[in-house]
Design a protein around this ligand. Structure first.
Ligand code: GAP
Length: 476
């Protein structure tokens, strides 16, 4: 246990006012395997397996109390980055859309993965992700080459609208949010009177019947996307494509990502989606390797032209200055919210081995603390209020401070266990600040504010503490 004094001794002196971290010799280790994070997420209420009491449902996940708040913070960071710009507006379109949308968009014919069955172990896998030898695919599960020819498998989930389950009632769960934006292009443009270039941003669920979901929340069949379609004049699209690459890179750095773990990866001609003229992925180095986090696409006028053709409605833009009509080009930025949340957790996770002489919270000897070094803006809980003991006066004061802080932020009141254990618990869920109410507080009206990353502790007067936290949290 990590606090040097027992709670019973604590009534004579305040918590140590300041711990010099300059002398700290913490050894820091990042996340090396996904399973460690999966366990933390379950134990601390970030993510649970869906329908766990029934044995779970493959690749479906539920966000718990901390996870749902964290994911909301991730969405808010994206929403603010997009819609606080003067040239971007928001949209929230329905998941179910007219079935012709998906014929026009190319998803009915083209949104397929090549599926292969292993005749020996019955595993199903994607032909484009498997290795081959002498021109024959190798089953990634058992290594057999006794496999079927690839056949195209459409990834869209089908369902029926209304009580009759016939061909005429088929609708699809959207596989991307983007189409809701394209079919609303004219509604949004005329209602907002936006001039090109302008963008439409949307956050919402998408569904894909993935052949090989996995790696926790990285690839699932139900997930949330955060997509922005930026409509531009043809001919300016390549410049805007470069501009958006830069803007999105800066966003990731602002979220606190380790830049060494981010990179751009261009799509080669054979890798481009059916709608794309050019594409770059932003990749993150997950514990299971470099993988796509976000796709940035130049979709040209593909989607609006297709919807114009299939709907018979003009989806042109009239440029009042040049006095000309044209179908705008679209630069798209598309990131999975669950995938971004996972990347942020992987990036923020660290284990610090603390040396004895450096850590006033340690019980002596080497001590490992797990920290989620999330930016305050993203942390599910911003401040935890900790009464040092169960003495009613301390609890009452901590409760009062908690209620005051809750008007501004998501906060916690943690009264159970020793103070060191409570600090560790808050470190593990990424809480940037703990405010400890101790016996001295009753005499001098000061509390101890403990910083998550430096473990620095400062005494702050009660009437200044909210302003102090506000400044330190610096939430945009
Ligand atoms: N509208 C373009 C589009 O949907 P995408 O590259 O297929 O492009 C965009 O998807 C992002 O959505 C991906 O970069 C990824 O972050 C997320 N995503 C896609 N499929 C996913 C899945 N099965 N599970 C979780 N996230 C997924």
């Amino acid at each position: 246990m990590s606090w040097k004094r027992s709670e019973n001794q604590a009534n004579s002196e305040p918590l140590k006012p300041l711990i010099e971290r300059g002398k700290m010799s913490a050894r820091i280790k990042g996340l090396s395997d996904l399973q460690t994070l999966v366990s933390l997420c379950k134990q601390r209420g970030f993510v649970f397996q869906s329908s766990e009491v029934y044995g779970g449902l493959n690749s479906c996940w539920d966000y718990g109390p901390l996870g749902s708040q964290f994911k909301l913070n991730v969405k808010l960071s994206w929403w603010k980055a997009m819609t606080r710009r003067p040239d971007i507006v928001g949209l929230d379109a329905a998941i179910l859309m007219h079935p012709t949308v998906w014929r026009a968009s190319g998803h009915v014919d083209g949104f397929t993965d090549p599926l292969v069955d292993c005749r020996d172990c019955k595993n199903r896998f994607r032909a484009d992700q498997a290795e081959s030898k002498d021109g024959k695919l190798i089953c990634p599960s058992c290594g057999s080459q006794n496999v079927t020819e690839p056949r195209n498998f459409n990834l869209m989930f089908k369902t029926h609208m209304g009580p009759v389950e016939d061909e005429g009632s088929v609708v699809f769960l959207r596989p991307e949010t983007a189409q809701g934006i394209f079919v609303n292009f004219e509604n949004v443009q005329t209602s907002t009177r936006k001039k090109l270039p302008f963008g439409i941003a949307q956050i919402g669920k998408s569904f894909r019947n993935e052949i090989t979901p996995g790696n926790f929340t990285f690839r699932t069949r139900e997930f949330e996307q955060m997509e922005m379609q930026y409509f531009v004049k043809p001919g300016t699209d390549e410049g805007w494509f470069e501009e958006w690459k830069k803007t999105r890179w800066d966003y990731y750095l602002r979220l606190g990502f380790n830049e060494q773990k981010l990179r751009f990866k261009p799509h080669g001609p054979g890798e481009l989606a059916h709608y794309a003229k050019a594409a770059f992925d932003v990749q993150y180095e997950f514990p299971f390797g470099w993988q796509e986090l976000e796709g940035i696409h130049n979709r040209s006028d593909f989607d609006l032209s297709q919807h114009q053709k299939f709907s018979g409605k003009k989806l042109e833009y009239f440029d009042e200055v040049a006095k000309e009509k044209f179908i705008p080009y679209v630069i798209e930025t598309a990131v999975g919210c669950d995938r971004l949340a996972l990347a942020l957790l992987c990036d923020a996770y660290r284990e610090e081995s603390l040396a004895q002489e450096d850590e006033a919270e340690s019980s002596g000897g080497a001590d490992v603390r797990v920290v989620l070094g999330l930016k305050p803006e993203l942390a599910p809980i911003k401040v935890a209020f900790l009464p040092l003991s169960k003495k009613p006066a301390l609890q009452e004061l901590a409760g009062r401070l908690r209620n005051e802080a809750a008007q501004k932020w998501n906060v916690d009141l943690d009264e159970a266990a020793s103070i060191g254990k409570r600090y560790r618990r808050q470190d593990e869920i990424g809480t940037p600040f703990c405010v400890t109410v101790d016996f001295q507080t009753l005499e001098d009206n000061e509390v101890t504010v403990r910083h998550r990353d430096s473990m620095k502790q400062v005494r702050v007067s009660i009437d200044q503490v909210m302003a102090y936290l506000d400044k330190q949290l610096n939430i945009f």
